[in-house]
Design a protein. Structure first.
Lengths: 200, 200
């Protein structure tokens, strides 16, 4: 059985995953990036890019790689990936980021607030968010360390699948930032399934 | 006036900095790396590598670059740097890391515990630590995203100076990990001064 959730353009949504369940993140319109956050159900463990970089020995993660928690436990394993290029460096976009980088004076929808709201709906108080896994976001680290945000490689219908390695609270945001998407903010979808089909 | 603090090999220490004060991190023996953590005094803001990468547009930070908080405020500006190569990707070493990567079965001194203890001594409850600024740690990101830890470039007496852009609680750990130092764990020093001398 597969349950599908739609994430509105610039919006967020959350879901709980039992260990062994699989989460499919889907670019249903094309060129849309998203932020993925994972917490253990008691809130004591959360996604850690620093541990993930260390234990995978690399910053570009794809099929077969594991997203680790701050307590050095596996949270999610990437079991399938149509896109193959994601970012785990950038902080989630925030009201402050839109103010500083886009000159937005009022409120602007943002991934940090989306992730926090989705976690709160699942009963977790997120506190300071760690870096999200910015799926489909395409960032190049140049030899001198400079960062270049490139158009995402995802096309309509592309997806990636992650298997939960512990019971998890998951938050997904469809990023509203103009710089990382290929076009205006669009919707995303995610599906939760038991993963009985190979890679599904 | 300058106050000098010694950080024992594999140990940690903390200090409060008033806005405008300068912190000099010193490799007093040569080849020793360290972890630097910064919190606002009320604990609501903490070092964010994700915001620092975004707002500096790069992952390799040196003179003139700013270490930003999770709330998009400047915490520290690097005003002088003899070494020029630091890491802001790796999670602080932890008991779990020594268990997984070194096969250590009992307790092992580690930067995460050192930073937490130093922050607690300053009256802050750190919760989940963000990624520390791993000063003098030399990490190469290869074109395919693989990480390579290289010997640090710091020599005896080398230092870097950071200016506090807000009132801060600072924690420093002299990293006990064999992989990132050039030799066995050694001590570090840091000095706090008013920065009236140019770059000092």
């Amino acid at each position: 059985m597969v349950t599908r959730h739609i994430v509105a353009p610039g919006g967020g949504a959350g879901v709980k995953l039992a260990r062994g369940e699989q989460l499919r993140l889907i670019d249903i319109e094309g060129g849309q990036t998203g932020d993925l956050m994972a917490f253990s159900l008691d809130g004591s463990e959360r996604l850690s890019n620093g541990c993930s970089f260390d234990y995978n020995g690399k910053i570009l993660l794809s099929t077969g790689d594991v997203l680790w928690s701050n307590r050095s436990n596996p949270m999610l394993t990437i079991v399938a990936d149509d896109v193959g290029r994601h970012d785990f460096l950038y902080a989630s976009c925030s009201v402050e980021m839109y103010r500083m980088q886009y000159g937005v004076t009022g409120y602007h929808a943002n991934c940090a607030d989306n992730l926090r709201a989705a976690l709160r709906e699942l009963g977790l108080e997120p506190g300071t968010l760690p870096t999200a896994f910015n799926f489909f976001m395409n960032v190049d680290v140049q030899p001198d360390g400079r960062l270049k945000i490139l158009p995402p490689r995802c096309r309509k219908g592309d997806s990636m699948v992650l298997r939960a390695e512990m019971d998890l609270a998951i938050a997904v945001s469809a990023c509203p930032a103009g710089t990382c998407n290929d076009g205006p903010p669009r919707s995303l979808a995610f599906e939760v399934g038991t993963g009985t089909r190979s890679g599904a």
